[in-house]
Design a protein around this ligand. Structure first.
Ligand code: 5GP
Ligand code: MN
Length: 326
């Protein structure tokens, strides 16, 4: 029996949780698993709780079934967490993990040290959808489930261009395409398409970006006022960091945006070099991957950038001592 069949055996209800401010991989893996369970495990009723999702993911089956508010009286036989590297990432839904009799964590973050009774964490996988695919039975994956998994893989690989993309990733994507996934539409609609307001937010953010540390680090800031001015939410900042990352000569890209809480900023970090940004994020209580990580920090922009720079400088100094290329 596979991991999933064994786990769901004798469970009448299972709650599926992802991470705060859910991204494509989080939404794709949660809805992919939700659909798969509904289609193949009629004795188990799945529920999904996630913070509000971007409307661009509205084409995914099950999108309208997702619950956005924590319901204190709900309890479930089992809990499955997807794409969440620690309990804090579950946000207000964390109590469902604690109160469930059994739990399973499926993830691909290097900073995940296990948060459930059973933990399936593959840090070499491109995405949680790739890890999830590994425990599903190929012939039982419907087109609608395949669309969810494909969406997650596309988002976490930046459309198959990040270094986390492997032969296995592409083989899985190929198998999902064979199921009939309309991939040009999914890629354009969920990854590249931007609203008019979002395009203008991106323009402002890019036009005021600054280089630091001899051009090795680049950063920019998106304020709450700007988001409001262009009728956007924090989700509209998706993609800005990707453009900073490919500025010539840059080794570390940093995006700060105001979360809406006083003096609180979400910090996104990216690198193309040997720098380990998951360690930089961890220094602020965040986490992620070696080349893509994030954290939430309280302070002024100048203070936060100075602290990020000193963490990065510390790592560079360590690398120079060890004679590592950077
Ligand atoms: P992003 O910069 O796109 O928000 O996140 C990049 C990666 O870092 C994602 O894999 C995300 O899950 C992870 N990440 C972002 N913010 C946090 C955080 O505050 N805590 C942890 N543990 N991981 C984060
Ligand atoms: Mn992911």
């Amino acid at each position: 029996m596979g991991i999933l069949s064994e786990f769901l055996n004798n469970k009448k209800t299972v709650v599926i949780l992802g991470h705060v401010n859910p991204d494509g991989d989080c939404i794709g893996s949660c809805l992919g698993l939700y659909n798969y369970i509904r289609e193949n495990f009629p004795q188990t009723e799945p529920y999904v709780y996630l913070e509000p999702m971007g409307q661009k993911f509205g084409y995914l089956k099950g999108y309208g079934d997702v619950r956005n508010e924590y319901e204190p009286n709900q309890q479930f036989d089992a809990c499955i967490t997807l794409d969440a590297s620690d309990v804090g990432r579950l946000g207000s839904f964390a109590p469902y993990l604690e109160s469930a009799k059994d739990s399973l964590c499926i993830d691909h973050h290097i900073t995940n040290h296990g948060l459930a009774k059973t933990n399936l964490v593959e840090s070499s996988a491109s995405s949680t959808c790739e890890v999830l695919y590994g425990i599903l039975e190929e012939e039982k994956i419907s087109l609608l489930t395949a669309e969810c998994l494909y969406t997650g893989i596309v988002h976490d690989t930046g459309v198959f261009k990040y270094s986390n993309t492997s032969r296995k990733t592409l083989e899985i994507a190929g198998r999902l395409i064979e199921k009939g996934v309309d991939f040009p539409k999914i890629i354009d609609r969920s990854f590249y398409m931007k609203t008019y307001g979002q395009t203008r937010v991106h323009g402002e953010a890019l036009s005021k970006c600054s280089l630091l540390m001899d051009g090795r680090l680049i950063y920019t800031v998106v304020t709450g006022e700007e988001l409001l001015r262009y009728g956007c939410t924090v989700k509209s900042t998706d993609g800005i960091i990707d453009q900073l990352r490919v500025v010539e000569g840059v080794e570390c890209a940093v995006l700060l945006y105001e979360t809406g809480k006083p003096s609180e900023y979400k910090v996104s970090l990216r690198t193309n070099t040997e720098l380990d940004v998951s360690r930089v994020a961890s220094a602020f209580g965040g986490g992620g991957h070696v080349k893509a990580a994030g954290c939430t920090v309280i302070g002024s922009v100048d203070e936060i950038i100075e602290r990020v720079c000193s963490e990065v400088r510390r790592q560079w100094a360590g690398m120079e001592q060890q004679g590592m290329p950077d």
